[in-house]
Design a protein around this ligand. Structure first.
Ligand code: GLA
Length: 708
C-alpha cells in the first residue's frame, strides 16, 4: 500500500510488517524518513525534524539520508548518481516534476517519483514497488536524456538505503573465490566507506551483491536486520558508509568504477532492481523472507518441484561418448534419478579445456548419430535429458574463433588474455547474441532437451568493443541485457525447458539471473564438509529451492577428503539433490544405499524446496550443524544434522525445534517415536547421530491428528 500526506509531503510505503517513509524536501530532493516497523502516516509525521539549512553550517548536506544522493551542491559522500553533460560539467539539482502511483500487477503497488535536473533536460524517476505478501521493497531508477546532446552517467545506482541512527552497525556479507564461494562474514561496519564490488563482468565468486546490516546485536533468531540484494549479473558496486556523525547507509547498482553509461539524445536507461528488506527475528527471519520472496516473485517457476539430477562432470570429465553416457544413464535411472545431464565434452573437438569451445555440434567420433540416440535412451529410461553449454565463450583453437576473431571482447593491438584457455564472446553485440540464441533453440528443439546447464567460465579482460559507438562503456550492461534476452527467448520458445545457472560453480548467482533460471550450481567444490559452509553462506539470501548439490565420489577430487556416502547425501539433500559420482564404480551396497537415500529425499523434498528454513546451529562448530525445513502449515518437518566425530565426553545438547504447532504431537517417520511439540520446542530433540567421523542424520517428523 502507498499513501501520501499532502500537508507534509510524506510518502508512506506499507508492507505486511514494515513501513518506508520519504518526502521531497524544501530543495526538491527526495529525503529518507523511516524504514522499520509499521507506522501510520500520522505517526510518520512525528518523525519529521526541522531540516537545518545546509548553507548555515560548515558541513554541507549529510552523506546519508537522501533517497539517491547526487553529485551536486554541497554533497561530499559517494554519489548514487553522477552525470557529465556534453559541456563537461557534472552536476544535478533536483526539480520535482510529478509522481504516479499504479498497480503493475494484482497485489502490488508502485510509486514513481519524477524529477529533472534544474538546468539540463535529464529526467530521473525513482521507482518503489511494494507487494501484499512480502516486506521486500523493490527499487530502481530510470534516467532519460531529453536533450539533444549525449549525457554520460558516470554512476547510476539503482537506489540508496538509509538506516535509522543505531548505537552500532555490523555488516554481514559473503566473500570467496572459485570453489570457496559464499563464505559468510559478519564484521563491525568500519567508519568511512566500505566497497563491495565485482569488476569481473559477472556477479563473481568473490563477493555477492547482497548485504545485511544490524546494530551488532542481532542473532540467528533475535534482532532487527536491514538487508538488500541487487538483481544484476554483471559488474556491480555497493558502497556502505559509516559516517563520522554516526549514521549508516549504502548505495548500490550495476557497473564498477571507471565505466559509464552513455545516454544518447532521447535514450533511456533503467537500472536493475535493488531490493530491500527490514525484518525482526534475526538473520534467520531475514533469510526466510528473502527465500519466500525469491520463490514467489523472482524465479519463473518457484512453486515447481525440482528433479533429482545426475551430472556426468566428475565421473567422466571431458571423456564423454554415447556408450559410456548410456551406461551411466542406466545406473542413474536405477538410483531413482529423474534428470540426466551430460556435461562438457560432447561437441566439436572438445577433448580438454584447450579446444573446441564455440563449435556446438556433437563430436562425430563420440556421437556418430548426433545426440538423438542418447536423448532417446535417457527419455526411454524415464528421465529428462539435460546438457551442458557455455554459449558466451570460445577457445581460440576453434572453428568459431577462426571464422570470427572479432566476436570476442578485445582491444585492437592488445593482448587477448586467456583464462582457462578461453576468450569471452561479446554478447553485447546483437549478432553474437542472435547466433547463440539460434544454435541453442535448435539444440533444444532438435534433441528434445529438457534442461540446460548454462556455464560461464571466466572473467572479462581487455573489455573492448571496437567499432561500436561508446562500445567500451556500453558493453558492460548491454552484455548482461542481451544474455537475459537470450534466456528469455529460449524460455519463451520452449516452455518446458529448465535452466541451471553456473559460472565455474557459483560465480553468477543473483536475483537477476534467478529471474530467468530455475536453479544454480553453487560451487565446483563438492566436498561435503566444505560445502556445509558454502551452503550456509548461499542460503543467507538464496533459497534451497535454487541450490543444486551433488553427491560425488571420495576421496574428493578437489580436497582429497573422504566422508561417508550418507553424509554426502545428507549434505546434498539440503538443496536440490543431484548425483555426480562415477556410478560404474559404485559397489552394489553403495548403489543400494544411494537408491534408498534418493527415495528418502523424494519423500521430504517438498519441505526442503518449499518449506521455511531454520538454521539451528552454526555450521562446523563443536556441536552438530543442524538445519530444519518446515511446511508452511507446520504439519511436517525435516531436520538434517551433520557432525565431525566429537571428543568423548562432549555433552550432547538437545536441539530446540522452532515453528511447530503448539501443543501438537509429531511422529518420527523412521523410528515411530512420538514427540510432544512443547518438548521439542522448549527442551529439544536429542539427535541420534551415529558414532565416528562425519556422521549425519535426517529426521522427518509428521504432525499427528488431534484425535490420535
Ligand atoms: C565449470 C563448471 C563445472 C563443469 C566444468 C566443465 O567449471 O562449474 O561444473 O561443468 O565447467 O568444463
Amino acid at each position: 500500500m502507498i499513501s501520501f500526506s499532502p500537508d507534509t509531503g510524506i510518502w508512506l510505503l506499507t508492507t505486511p510488517h514494515t513501513s518506508y517513509a520519504l518526502r521531497i524536501d524544501e530543495t526538491g530532493a527526495p529525503r529518507h524518513l523511516a524504514w522499520g516497523p509499521r507506522l501510520t502516516l500520522r505517526e510518520a509525521e512525528g518523525l519529521l525534524v526541522p531540516v537545518e539549512s545546509a548553507g548555515d553550517s560548515f558541513e554541507g548536506l549529510p552523506p546519508v539520508g537522501e533517497e539517491l544522493p547526487v553529485d551536486g551542491g554541497t554533497r561530499f559522500g559517494p554519489p548514487s548518481l553522477q552525470v557529465r553533460y556534453a559541456d563537461g560539467s557534472r552536476a544535478f539539482e533536483w526539480e520535482p516534476v510529478g509522481h504516479r502511483v499504479h498497480e503493475p500487477a494484482p497485489g502490488s503497488t508502485q510509486l514513481v517519483l519524477e524529477f529533472r535536473d534544474r538546468v539540463h533536460p535529464l529526467f530521473v524517476e525513482l521507482h518503489y514497488r511494494v507487494r501484499e505478501d512480502t516486506d521486500v521493497i523493490e527499487r530502481r531508477t530510470v534516467l532519460r536524456n531529453a536533450g539533444d546532446q549525449r549525457v554520460d552517467l558516470l554512476r547510476a545506482d539503482s537506489a540508496a538505503w538509509t538506516l535509522p541512527a543505531l548505537p552500532d552497525y555490523r555488516l554481514s556479507h559473503v566473500t570467496g573465490q572459485w570453489s570457496a564461494e559464499s563464505q559468510l562474514r559478519r564484521d563491525a561496519l568500519p567508519y568511512g566507506e566500505t566497497v563491495l564490488t565485482s569488476r569481473r563482468g559477472i556477479t563473481s565468486h568473490h563477493a555477492n551483491p547482497w548485504l545485511m546490516l544490524d546494530a551488532g546485536d542481532a542473532t540467528e533468531d533475535h534482532g532487527r536486520v536491514w538487508s538488500t540484494a541487487l538483481a544484476w549479473s554483471g559488474t556491480w558496486r555497493v558502497t556502505a558508509q559509516r559516517t563520522p556523525d554516526g549514521r549508516a547507509g549504502w548505495t548500490g547498482g550495476a557497473g564498477h568504477e571507471g565505466t559509464s553509461v552513455p545516454l544518447a539524445p532521447g535514450e533511456e536507461h533503467t537500472t536493475p532492481v535493488f531490493a530491500g528488506l527490514c525484518t525482526d527475528g534475526g538473520f534467520g527471519a531475514a533469510s526466510r523472507a528473502w527465500h519466500a520472496y525469491t520463490l514467489a516473485h523472482v524465479l519463473p517457476r518457484g512453486r515447481e518441484t525440482a528433479a533429482v539430477l545426475y551430472n556426468s562432470w566428475e565421473a567422466t570429465g571431458f571423456d564423454v561418448d554415447e556408450a559410456s553416457q548410456k551406461a551411466l544413464a542406466e545406473r542413474a535411472a536405477a538410483l531413482g534419478v529423474e534428470l540426466y545431464v551430460v556435461d562438457d565434452g560432447w561437441f566439436g573437438s572438445r577433448r580438454s579445456d584447450r579446444a573446441g569451445l564455440g563449435d556446438w555440434t556433437p563430436a562425430p567420433g563420440r556421437f556418430p548419430d548426433g545426440l538423438g540416440p542418447l536423448s532417446e535412451a535417457v527419455h526411454g529410461l524415464g528421465m529428462r535429458f539435460g546438457i551442458w553449454v557455455e554459449p558466451e565463450m570460445v577457445n581460440p583453437d576453434s572453428d568459431l574463433y577462426r571464422a570470427h576473431p572479432d566476436w570476442v571482447l578485445h582491444i585492437p593491438g592488445r593482448t587477448r588474455s586467456e583464462l582457462r584457455n578461453q576468450l569471452v564472446l561479446n554478447f553485447a553485440r546483437a549478432d553474437v547474441a542472435d547466433w547463440a540464441y539460434g544454435w541453442l533453440t535448435r539444440l533444444v528443439g532438435d534433441h528434445a532437451v529438457d534442461f540446460l546447464k548454462w556455464d560461464m567460465n571466466r572473467a572479462f579482460s581487455e573489455a573492448g568493443w571496437p567499432g561500436a559507438d561508446q562500445g567500451d562503456d556500453r558493453l558492460w550492461s548491454a552484455y548482461v541485457t542481451n544474455l537475459y534476452g537470450v534466456l528469455d527467448r529460449l524460455r519463451a520458445d520452449h516452455p518446458g525447458l529448465r535452466i541451471e545457472t553456473c559460472s565455474g560453480g557459483g560465480g553468477r548467482v543473483d536475483l537477476g539471473i534467478l529471474a530467468r533460471t530455475d536453479q544454480a550450481w553453487a560451487s565446483d567444490n563438492t566436498d561435503a564438509v566444505d560445502r556445509l559452509a558454502i551452503q550456509h553462506g548461499y542460503g543467507q539470501v538464496y533459497p534451497a529451492r535454487t541450490m543444486s548439490a551433488w553427491v560425488t565420489d571420495v576421496p574428493n577430487q578437489l580436497t582429497g577428503r573422504t566422508v561417508p556416502l550418507r553424509f554426502r547425501f545428507h549434505c546434498a539433500m539440503a538443496g536440490l539433490l543431484g548425483i555426480g559420482g562415477d556410478l560404474t564404480r559404485w559397489s552394489r551396497e553403495e548403489l543400494a544405499e544411494g537408491a534408498e537415500l534418493v527415495a528418502e529425499y523424494k519423500k521430504v523434498r517438498h519441505l526442503v524446496q518449499h518449506g521455511a528454513q531454520y538454521r539451528l546451529t552454526e555450521p562446523l562448530g563443536d556441536r552438530p550443524t543442524v538445519v530444519q525445513y518446515i511446511a508452511e502449515d507446520a504439519a511436517e518437518l525435516l531436520v538434517l544434522a551433520w557432525q565431525y566425530g566429537p571428543r568423548h565426553g562432549t555433552p550432547r545438547i538437545p536441539v530446540r525445534l522452532p515453528a511447530l504447532t503448539p501443543g501438537a504431537r509429531y511422529r518420527d517417520t523412521r523410528t515411530g517415536t512420538v514427540h510432544h511439540a512443547t518438548v521439542l520446542t522448549e527442551y529439544g530433540l536429542l539427535l541420534d547421530l551415529p558414532r565416528g567421523d562425519w556422521s549425519s542424520t535426517a529426521v522427518h517428523l509428521v504432525r499427528l491428528p488431534d484425535s490420535d
